[in-house]
Design a protein around this ligand. Structure first.
Ligand code: FE
Ligand code: CA
Length: 503
C-alpha cells in the first residue's frame, strides 16, 4: 500500500475526532514504515540506516541503535543514539566503528516508543585475510512496471553484499494503466523525491533485501532525471535543473545507507570509491552521470540519448569526450589493484560495444552508454591491459537485459585479446525491449555470450581466489510479487583467463 493512501486515510479520520485520533496517532503510526538498511562495509565499520515515517514527527527525534553478535541481542557489540532531523528528512545514518573484521552482526533501532525490525549486516574481512565473497548485482526497479519478487529471492540468499547499480527510483508519473501507480506527478521538488523514495521503500520485498545484507549503491539517471548529463537535463539547458538536481541528490543521500561524511552540498555527492575485501578483491564503484560530457549527436533541438550511425557522428569517438570525467578516469587508472587477484568495477551500464547494424559499415550506436564515449572506454580497458590484471570484472545494469560479454580494447580487431569480463544484470522490475530486436543485433556483436531483454531479475555471484561463478537469476512472473525465481544460465571466469565461460 502506498504511503499517501495511508496519510489520506489518517487525515480523513482526523476531521471526525481530532483529539482522540491525534493521541492514537502518536503511538500507532509506524515509525519504521520505510524499513532499515545497512551499507558501505569496511573492515571495522558499517553504516546503519533508517528514516522515520509519519506526518506528525517533531523537528528532531532521538533514535537509538544497537548492533549485536546475536539475533536475540543478548551480546551487544555497539550501541548509540542519533538525532533524526526534519531538515534531512528524519533520516538516520549511524556509524558503529571499531568492529571485528569479516563477521556478521544484527542491528535494530528504537524511536518514539517503537522498535524497528531486525537487520543482518557484515563487516569486510581484514585487508590481509583470506576471503571469499557471495554477492549480487541489481538495478532498475521501476515500481509501476512489475513487482519485486527478485528482492524476496535476494533476501533469502544470505549474501555478504548487494551492489545496486542505478535507477533506484524512477521520476515519472505513472500511466493510468500501470500495474501499481506512482504517487504524484513527475518528481521535481525535495518533497516529491522524498515521497517517491518512501513509496518504493514501502515495498516489503525491497525492505527484506535491505535487511538481509549490507548494500553499496551507485545511481544512474532516473534518481534525478532520464538521460541527464552533469548539469544538462534531457531537454537541453534549463535554469531550474540545478535546484531539481540538488533536491534529488539530497533525497538520494537521505534514503541510502551512506556515511554522514557523504552528506551532499548542492548536487555534489562523491560516489566513486574503493572497497577492499580481504586479500581477495578490490571493488571500484564508478559514477557515470555526474561528470560526463553531454551525449553525442542528439536529436535536433534536444539533449539526451539518441541512436546514431557512426558515419554520421564523429563525436562518438572523440578522445576529448569522457563518460567519467578526467579526474575520475585518472583516479581509476591510478587505483587498479595489482596485488589482489580480482578487480571488480561496479558501474551503471553495458560496457561492451553493442552495434545495431554491421560494424564493418561503421555500425549504429546508442549514445547514452559507453558506445557514446568509445575513447573513454578504450582508455579504461587499456589501463586494465597495461597492468595485465588477471581478474578484471565489470558489473553493470541500466539496459534492462542480462548481458554477458568479453571486453576488448579494440572491437574492430577480431584477433584483439579479451582483457576483462562483463556481467550486465537485467532489471529487477523495469520492462525491457523486445527480444526480437536484441536477437536481430546479435550477429553484429559476437563478443556477447548471453543477451536477454525479456527477463527480469538480477545476478548472484560467488568469488574465491581462483574463480568467479555467476548465476543469471530470472523472475518467472514479474507481475506476481510471490513469483518463483530461477537460474536461467551459469557462467564462470577463471583467474588469469579473462572472458566468461558457460558453466
Ligand atoms: Fe532503468
Ligand atoms: Ca538508466
Amino acid at each position: 500500500m502506498s504511503s499517501s493512501i495511508t496519510r489520506r486515510q489518517v487525515v480523513g479520520s482526523l476531521a471526525v475526532a481530532p483529539l482522540f485520533v491525534r493521541h492514537a496517532r502518536a503511538a500507532d503510526v509506524p515509525r519504521f514504515g520505510l524499513g532499515i538498511a545497512s551499507g558501505h562495509p569496511r573492515a571495522d565499520r558499517v553504516v546503519l540506516w533508517t528514516r522515520l515515517s509519519g506526518a506528525d514527527l517533531p523537528a528532531k527525534v532521538e533514535v537509538g541503535w544497537e548492533l549485536a553478535h546475536d539475533e536475540a541481542f543478548t551480546r551487544i557489540a555497539a550501541r548509540g543514539t542519533e538525532v533524526a532531523d526534519a531538515s534531512w528528512g528524519h533520516s538516520v545514518h549511524a556509524e558503529p566503528q571499531g568492529l571485528e573484521t569479516g563477521r556478521g552482526y544484527w542491528y535494530r533501532f528504537t524511536a518514539l516508543g517503537q522498535r524497528s525490525p531486525v537487520g543482518r549486516t557484515r563487516t569486510a574481512p581484514a585487508a590481509d585475510a583470506a576471503a571469499s565473497l557471495r554477492f549480487a548485482i541489481a538495478s532498475c526497479q521501476r515500481f509501476d512496471h512489475n513487482h519485486y519478487a527478485a528482492w524476496h529471492h535476494v533476501a533469502a540468499q544470505d549474501l555478504d553484499l548487494v551492489l545496486f547499480l542505478g535507477d533506484y527510483i524512477y521520476e515519472y508519473a505513472s500511466p493510468p494503466n500501470a500495474l501499481r501507480l506512482h504517487d504524484g506527478p513527475t518528481t521535481l521538488t525535495l518533497d516529491d523525491y522524498r515521497a517517491r523514495y518512501a513509496q518504493y521503500k514501502s515495498d516489503p520485498a525491497l525492505q527484506a533485501a535491505h535487511a538481509s545484507a549490507p548494500w553499496i549503491t551507485v545511481w544512474d539517471d532516473h534518481e534525478i532525471e532520464n538521460d541527464y548529463a552533469d548539469g544538462t537535463p534531457q531537454g537541453g539547458p534549463e535554469p531550474l535543473f540545478a535546484s531539481r538536481r540538488a533536491a534529488a541528490t539530497q533525497a538520494y543521500w537521505e534514503h541510502m545507507p551512506f556515511p554522514k561524511a557523504w552528506r551532499p552540498r548542492g548536487s555534489a555527492l562523491r560516489l566513486y570509491e574503493r572497497y577492499d575485501w580481504g586479500r581477495l578483491a578490490r571493488l571500484h564503484t564508478l559514477d557515470d552521470r555526474q561528470y560526463r560530457d553531454v551525449q553525442a549527436c542528439p536529436r535536433r533541438g534536444r539533449s539526451g540519448s539518441n541512436t546514431v550511425l557512426r558515419k554520421e557522428c564523429d563525436a562518438l569517438v572523440d578522445p576529448k569526450r569522457s563518460l567519467l570525467g578526467a579526474q575520475q578516469e585518472r583516479w581509476l587508472t591510478d587505483g587498479w589493484d595489482t596485488q589482489r587477484p580480482w578487480n571488480l568495477v561496479a558501474q551503471q551500464t553495458l560496457m561492451a560495444r553493442f552495434s545495431w547494424t554491421d560494424p564493418a559499415q561503421g555500425g549504429t550506436y546508442w549514445t547514452d552508454g559507453w558506445d557514446g564515449y568509445a575513447a573513454s572506454r578504450q582508455r579504461l580497458l587499456q589501463g586494465v591491459a597495461e597492468r595485465q590484471l588477471p581478474g578484471a570484472v565489470v558489473l553493470g545494469g541500466d539496459v534492462h537485459a542480462h548481458y554477458v560479454a568479453d571486453l576488448k580494447v579494440d572491437y574492430d580487431d577480431g584477433k584483439a585479446p579479451v582483457v576483462a569480463s562483463e556481467f550486465c544484470g537485467t532489471s529487477i522490475s523495469s520492462n525491457g525491449m523486445a527480444q526480437s530486436r536484441v536477437d536481430a543485433a546479435l550477429p553484429h556483436n559476437p563478443h556477447l555470450r548471453y543477451a536477454r531483454s525479456d527477463q527480469r531479475g538480477y545476478v548472484s555471484f560467488t568469488l574465491d581466489a581462483k574463480q568467479l561463478q555467476a548465476q543469471l537469476q530470472v523472475v518467472l512472473d514479474p507481475k506476481n510479487p510471490a513469483s518463483e525465481v530461477n537460474v536461467a544460465a551459469r557462467f564462470a571466469v577463471e583467474l588469469g583467463r579473462p572472458g566468461p565461460q558457460p558453466a
